[in-house]
Design a protein around this ligand. Structure first.
Ligand code: SAH
Ligand code: F3S
Length: 460
């Protein structure tokens, strides 16, 4: 039995993959620890979307190397950076043992056991436990594996969660010119509807009330595998099937691509009441020439028309987005188009990213890479605008009674509880044990934009 420390960088899909890895390790008799100092196995599940995320994971791994001066420790990089850098990581990190890519999460537990048993047979008295030489045991597995999308399906039994992520597909074929994901996650592969429904039924039987369906371009789920039926895309068919699961209260999904967000999906929100009023709809830029160079295949006008059609139908819909500033060749005029669009849509929230050059992507080769201070300035300016819209979107909720699903203690103040509205706004309130995992209305009495504060209304 070993004590396993897992740290996850990046998106919800990575969190979900880590959960799968954790579950398989626990099933083999290991225990998880949140204290890195006592770990026998250190696994960092990595993100490659921006350079900063890679540097953080590399820095952390370097720092944790010191643990092996006291006792034997197995070190592993998992996920996106493992996939994109592969074996070369063994050279840059001398104490690293495992490099396991994005299609091999289901093999991690096995590799950890192999490394542990190798370690047990090695002499430990040659200048401490650190193995920074040829004696080091290592496994690199970054191969593609057919059907690996079906291997992310087990959930950890340990925690009583009320909301759960469900990976419905892997990979992305869109090839946005800035993005490394198609290289790290491979091409699109979707799981069958029945398997996803089975997984969700089992989650619900264990107390889960809300699921978030995950995919890189989630609305294009199944487009290579399953046919349209009665004018409905495979994704809408999946939503209908998931909606049938009794006991499930809320369905979220992230992230859709504006391309392929068709009428059948817009309509689905009216027919399927468990689908919540929140859409995360990555924009990336408000300038048409930049969108074209990003290979986003829509225009600012088309994006806006989609948002308008959603808002016309569902005025309560919360809309959030991702935006990149400082893409190669982005002029002041291009940037001002992004600003205008942000002002026109008035997003409930937005993730703003400074463009980060990713090796081997088409944008990395483009002329007119912008200097860091320009990216910095636009990032700062856009964040201010986004924050002011978040406040404006939060204000009208003050004084209203809104349903929340209580997830547990607030991260910023563990004496209070937190839950989410259907529109994905966080609500912090003073509650008690009986609120945990429940759906109930809360009267909102204050808003900072991203966080609302309230009192349980009836359920007290
Ligand atoms: N479709 C995916 C997107 C993955 S990447 C999803 O489901 O979320 C998440 C976000 O990171 C993208 O929407 C984009 O805004 C940002 N991003 C991707 N590559 C980037 C890069 N090279 N530099 C800066 N931001 C990037
Ligand atoms: Fe990346 Fe574009 Fe796919 S942002 S994940 S290539 S839709």
């Amino acid at each position: 039995m070993a004590r396993i420390y897992i740290k996850t960088y990046g998106c919800q899909m990575n969190e979900r993959d880590s959960e799968q890895v954790a579950q398989m390790l626990v099933a083999r008799g290991h225990v998880l620890t949140s204290h890195e100092d006592e770990a026998d196995v250190v696994l960092l599940n990595t993100c490659s979307v921006r350079d900063l995320a890679e540097q953080k994971a590399l820095g952390k791994m370097g720092m944790l190397g010191a643990l092996s001066h006291q006792r034997p420790v197995v070190y592993g990089f998992l996920g996106c950076m493992a996939q994109s850098r592969g074996e070369s990581l063994l050279q840059s990190v001398p104490h690293l043992n495992l490099v396991v890519g994005t299609q091999k999460f289901h093999r991690v537990a096995e590799y950890v056991d192999e490394a542990l048993s190798q370690q047990a047979t090695q002499p430990q008295d040659l200048g401490g436990f650190s193995r920074t030489d040829d004696l080091r045991f290592s496994i690199v597995d970054v191969e593609e594996e057919a059907c690996s999308q079906n291997s992310i399906r087990d959930h950890s039994l340990a925690t009583a969660q009320v909301s759960s992520f469900v990976s419905i597909m892997q990979g992305c074929n869109m090839h946005c010119t800035f993005c490394i994901v198609p290289f790290t996650r491979g091409s699109e592969r979707s799981r069958p509807i029945q398997e996803i429904v089975k997984e969700i039924r089992s989650l619900v039987s264990r107390g889960v009330k809300e699921v978030t369906l995950l995919g890189q371009i989630v609305n294009l789920y199944g487009r290579h595998e399953f046919p349209q039926q009665d004018g409905k895309s495979p994704f809408v068919q999946l939503l209908e099937a998931v909606h049938e699961v009794s006991g499930l209260e809320r369905i979220r999904f992230t992230s859709p691509h504006p391309i392929g967000f068709k009428c059948d999906l817009v309509e689905a929100f009216a027919r399927l009441p468990k689908l919540v009023e929140h859409i995360h709809l990555p924009l990336q830029s408000g300038s048409n020439p930049i969108l074209k160079r990003m290979h986003r295949t829509y225009t600012a006008e088309k994006y806006l028309a989609l948002v308008d059609s959603i808002r016309d139908r569902y005025p309560e819909m919360a809309i959030t987005t991702d935006i990149i500033v400082g893409f190669p060749g982005e002029t002041e005029e291009d940037y001002s188009k992004t600003r205008e669009l942000v002002d026109r849509v008035g997003f409930d929230n937005a993730f703003v990213f400074k463009y980060s050059t990713r090796k081997d992507t088409p944008a990395a080769e483009m002329a007119d890479q912008l200097p860091e201070p320009v990216k910095e300035e636009r990032n700062h300016d856009l964040l201010n605008l986004v924050n002011s819209w978040a406040r404006r979107r939060g204000e009208p909720l003050v004084g209203r009674e809104i349903e929340i699903l209580c997830e547990g203690p607030s991260k910023t103040n563990p004496d209070r509880l937190m839950g989410r509205t259907r529109g994905n706004k966080i609500v912090v309130f003073e509650g008690s044990e009986r609120h945990l995992g429940q759906l109930f209305p809360v009267r909102i009495n204050r808003s900072t934009g991203y966080t609302l504060y309230g009192d349980p209304a009836i359920f007290s």
